[in-house]
Structures are given as C-alpha cells and as structure tokens.
Write a protein that binds this ligand. Structure first.
Ligand code: AVJ
Length: 322
C-alpha cells in the first residue's frame, strides 16, 4: 500500500470515529440533535449540489448573480496583492468569480474538511490559473487557529459564501467571526454571504421543494448512519420536516419519527416515540441591521453591502474595527 492510500484510510477512520461520537452524543441528548456538518458525505454533497439547482432554492443563484455583478467592486475594495482565503470551499464556483476579478492575487487558500474535495479543487484551479499560488488547507474551518504563513501579500481577504453562517446559532456565529477576524489580521476583510428575511412562504418553499431533493438530503443523514455506523434506521419511518420560525428568524430542519420505534446505532439502542424529532439543521435568516449587529459583536463592521434587486440575499464586506 502506498503512503497516500494509507493516509487516506487513516483520515477516513478518524472521520468515522468523529461521526460515531457526535451521533451517539447527539442521539442521547434531549432534544436530540446531530451537527449539520455531517449532512455532507459524498452523497449529501451531491444532493446539496442538486438543491442549488432547484427552482425554489434561490440562494445560490442569487448570490452568484450578486458576485458577478459586483466582483470588480469587491476587488477594488480589497486592492491588489491580496491573499484570498475561502472557508469551506466546496467546488469553488463562486471563488472563481473573485479570482477572475482580484488583481495580482498573492495566494488562494481554500479550506475544506474533505481532503478529496480539496485536492480536486486545487488541481482544477492550478490548471485554470497556472500563475496562481494555490495552498489548500485540509481542516475544519470552525476549529482553525492558524493560516498558511506566506510573505508579500497586502491583505488577507476571507470568503464565506452561501449563507453557511446561517447554520450557526448567534453565539457561535459571533465566536466564528471573532476567530476569523483574528486570523485575517487588522487589515483583513471578510466577504460574507447571508440569506435575507423575506416572505415566509418563499423561505418555506426553499426548504420544501416539490421534487423532494431537500427531504432526500436530510434523510441521507439516516442513510449515512446506516452505512457508517451499522445503524438500522428505516428511511420510510422518518420524514424531513422544515419550517420557518419568524420568532427565531430561522428555518428549522428535523427528522421526525413517523411511529414508535427502536433503532440500533453503533451497538446502542435508541427508542423514538411517534412524532419525536432529531434536529438536523438551522438556517438563520438576516436583515441588514442583524448582519451589522453580528459583525459588531465580533469586533467588525460592515463596510459595504451588495444585494439583488429583490433583496433576497446580501453579500457584505466586513472589516475589523480598530
Ligand atoms: C449550506 C447551510 C447554506 O441553509 O440553505 C439547504 C443548507 N439545507 N437546504 C442552507 C441547506 C437544506 C444551506 N446552507
């Protein structure tokens, strides 16, 4: 066996162990909850890509339009010679819009927890941008305390698109932004994508698509537990449930048990009452004042905001408050 195969096996074993621990803890808690990052195994990531193409899921399309329209504004704010650091890079479609607009980029550093995703992204970018220095970092960007050390760049420009910030509860969002501010330094800036509050029906539909892809995405968590943790979930005995809570300003997503049942997961038995839920995800929605307040709570401020004409989504440029 060669070294990289062995390294891959070890990473996979460590990932599975982390998943097992998080699931057993999450199913033992009241209310039951599993952190949303575990939705993104290979199948989950493919389903999420399909979600982004859905007519009801306006987020990706709208943010991409905003970035296309304003990439030059973002680039002129950042100035030449920046280092672009992307938190949770995925397939880096959106980052290319910035890469194309930024001048004399010193470095592009995609951070992603999936080694496979990261290597693929880096290889494609090196092919398409031969003179760009690409330095991938395989890490959980929520638990990152250092960035690649390079010299000669003028500014660290962070990029956190997709309204992934909406997965975090307010205190965690503040903590993440505070850590990010420290990582990016005093002249650093963060380009942050955030989904905006709007007609609740529109929000509801975005997480209850008629093709059932979002339901499949949530239910895939059960499938993943079955495969990786020898769990015995009956996928027909749970349903995806997503609704907008105006009071909390968030979409809440659960797996709801359709009957009383017991399930084995990694050798342990869990009893579910009929109607009992496993929390899978929050997706917070923002208004511009809320983004400003969140930035301030982390020692930053909103220097500029770009939205679409229907004000569905916002891209903001955050800088550290001196
Ligand atoms: C990737 C967290 C931004 O909250 O809209 C989409 C995830 N979940 N449909 C979102 C998601 C169900 C998405 N984020």
């Amino acid at each position: 066996m060669n070294g990289s195969v062995l390294a891959f096996d070890q990473a996979e074993t460590a990932d599975r162990e982390e998943f097992r621990r998080a699931v057993l803890a999450g199913l033992s808690r009241t209310p039951r909850a599993i952190p949303p990052k575990f939705l993104y195994d290979a199948r989950g990531s493919a389903l999420f890509d399909a979600i982004c193409e859905l007519p009801e899921y306006y987020l990706t399309r709208t943010e991409t339009e905003i970035l296309k329209r304003h990439a030059a504004d973002i680039a002129s704010r950042a100035g030449p010679g920046s280092a672009l650091i992307e938190f949770g890079s995925g397939s880096s479609v959106k980052s290319r819009l910035l890469l194309d607009a930024l001048q004399d980029l010193a470095l592009y550093s995609p951070i992603d927890i999936s080694r496979q995703h990261l290597d693929q992204t880096a290889a494609r970018l090196r092919r398409d941008y031969p003179s760009l220095k690409v330095e991938p970092v395989c890490a959980d960007y929520m638990a990152l305390d250092a960035l690649p050390q390079i010299n000669g760049y003028k500014r660290r420009l962070g990029f956190f698109p997709g309204s992934t910030i909406g997965n975090l509860e307010p205190a965690d969002a503040t903590a993440f932004l505070g850590r990010t501010r420290r990582l990016l330094g005093k002249d650093g800036a963060l380009v942050l994508g955030a989904d905006l509050k709007k007609d609740p029906q529109r929000l509801h539909d975005a997480y209850n698509d008629s093709a059932g892809i979002t339901a499949a995405f949530t239910l895939n968590l059960l499938r993943r537990m079955n495969r990786e943790l020898h769990a015995t979930f009956d996928l027909d005995a749970f349903m995806h449930e997503a609704f907008y809570s105006a009071a909390e300003g968030r979409i809440e997503i659960y797996l709801r048990s359709l009957r009383s049942q017991s399930v084995t997961v990694a050798g342990r038995t869990f009893n579910f009452a009929e109607g009992e839920r496993i929390h899978a995800e929050y997706s917070y929605k923002f208004d511009l004042a809320g983004i400003e307040a969140l930035a301030r709570s982390a020692g930053m401020r909103v220097a500029e905001t770009w939205t679409d004409p229907a004000r569905l989504f916002a891209v903001t440029y955050l800088i550290a408050v001196p």
